[in-house]
Design a protein. Structure first.
Length: 229
């Protein structure tokens, strides 16, 4: 047996996770998304990008879709001060990006994600991830998020139950993309499918609103031209 003292950042992370689960009545919602057209667009944009533009992953598209649907769901882009009984709704989307580092999970924040295009989001994701991992991220870049996005990349699994980043009211996480047979118009075809897993604070977010928001997100991702309309 080995006894390991949990100290420092790892202890703070443990306390934050315990506090989130203790205080927030989570409910989880998952939906599958056909990202075949989105992946074709992403590949096209990456092939046509200039040398000074970063490579696009799925995340800038997902963030863009989130920023389009969140204005209709103010209780989801929010922070809940449960001790004061006050829900702070936000118009701006300050998006937390759950980032794995050698010292544990840290959440840097993309300020005003709604004001950035795909390339700007990709550049900011890369910059913040690097700054977080090498310890150069500023204090103000590590706090103040209004909703968090969590992604395990190729380890994304089929589905998961993400833990809300207290005091936020929601967290969204894409799972890995899998090619599999699906039925379209009575025909079996191979499509690129991805589940989106999400958790919400049931004290201030109703199940209907959460499901409707994720369904709208699904619609944007499945018809990627609508992201830019």
């Amino acid at each position: 047996m080995e006894a390991v003292k949990i100290i420092g950042l790892r202890r703070r992370i443990a306390q934050q996770m315990q506090e989130a689960k203790r205080r927030i009545p989570h409910f989880m919602y998952a939906e599958e998304v056909d990202v075949t057209e989105l992946e074709a667009l992403r590949a096209h944009l990456n092939a046509a990008r200039s040398k000074d533009q970063p490579k696009l992953t799925l995340l800038p598209f997902l963030i863009t879709a989130l920023c389009k649907v969140l204005p209709d769901y103010p209780n989801i882009n929010a922070r809940f001060d449960d001790e004061a009984g006050v829900l702070h709704r936000h118009r701006a989307v300050h998006l937390g990006m759950a980032t794995q580092t050698a010292n544990g999970l840290i959440v840097p924040v993309i300020r005003h994600a709604e004001a950035l295009d795909l390339w700007g989001l990709a550049a900011e994701i890369a910059r913040l991830a690097q700054a977080t991992r090498d310890g150069s991220a500023k204090k103000e870049e590590l706090s103040g998020s209004t909703i968090t996005l969590t992604s395990l990349g190729p380890l994304g699994g089929v589905t998961h139950t993400p833990v809300i980043n207290h005091p936020e009211t929601a967290i969204v996480g894409p799972n890995k993309i899998i090619e599999r047979p699906v039925v379209r118009h009575g025909q079996v075809v191979v499509r690129k499918m991805m589940n989106v897993s999400s958790s919400f604070d049931h004290r201030v977010v109703d199940g209907w609103d959460a499901a409707e928001m994720i369904q709208k997100l699904k619609g944007l991702l499945e018809h990627p031209a609508t992201l830019f309309m």
